[in-house]
Design a protein around this ligand. Structure first.
Ligand code: TYD
Length: 210
């Protein structure tokens, strides 16, 4: 969608190393002499942080359609007030999670139809899609071991069962297979440096093509 800038999103299951790779990519992008906007969903705007607090930290049940709408509301506001203006200025937007997260996670709950979840997000974001989406792919069993080793308290979604995370992974891989031009799938069990290198190569190609 980018009129002038470049929009990169990073996706992956919990424990896939998304935070580490996003920070490393950010460091590298900053050496390019461009303005970089590092943002995330849910969150990334003041309204978004309020919504993030509800979806990730509310104790107790949120009806699946309400949850999908909360993520979509966050997305609508974020794209309209942060992402789109940055791209119009010609900036590079590096974003942790976008609509593929909704399709993979809310779709994996088995209650909602993945296609409907995607359509909802596309409506919210007026059809905006990233130039490049990095998918950090990892076996949920390994991811779980990493999270256990980190010994951090789990948020609502991380505490979901392994079976759920397997469905999330499968959904992500199906999304990537359907849009090979947009996605790069990286094996997240490789070393941190190797992963970072593969991501940089793909992003450099996108920058060259701008
Ligand atoms: P995130 O802040 O990226 O945490 P982590 O670093 O642990 O991955 O994401 C928080 C959770 O939000 C994550 O478990 C996935 C979930 N999520 C959805 O279910 N749907 C969405 O549309 C988005 C953006 C996130």
């Amino acid at each position: 969608m980018s009129a002038r800038g470049l929009w990169i999103t990073i996706e992956g299951g919990d424990g896939s190393g998304k935070t580490t790779q996003s920070a490393l990519l950010m460091e590298w992008l900053q050496t390019l002499g461009r303005t970089i906007v590092h943002t995330r969903e849910p969150g990334g705007s003041e309204v978004g942080e309020l919504i993030r607090n509800i979806v990730l930290h509310h104790r107790g049940h949120i009806a699946p359609r309400a949850e999908a709408l909360l993520y979509a509301a966050d997305r609508a506001h974020h794209v309209a007030t942060v992402v789109r203006p940055a791209l119009e200025r010609g900036d590079i937007v590096l974003q942790d999670r976008y609509l593929d997260s909704s399709v993979a996670y809310q779709g994996a709950g088995r209650v909602l139809d993945a296609g409907e979840v995607r359509d909802l997000s596309l409506w919210a974001a007026e059809g905006a899609l990233p130039d490049v989406t990095v998918l950090l792919d990892i076996d949920p069993v390994i991811a779980r071991q990493r999270l256990d080793a980190a010994d951090k308290p789990f948020d609502r979604l991380e505490a979901e069962k392994l079976e759920f995370h397997t469905r999330v992974r499968d959904a992500y891989l199906a999304l990537a297979a359907a849009e090979p031009e947009r996605f790069i799938v990286v094996d997240a069990q490789q070393s941190v440096d190797k992963i970072a290198d593969q991501i940089r190569t793909r992003v450099q190609r996108a920058i060259n093509a701008e």
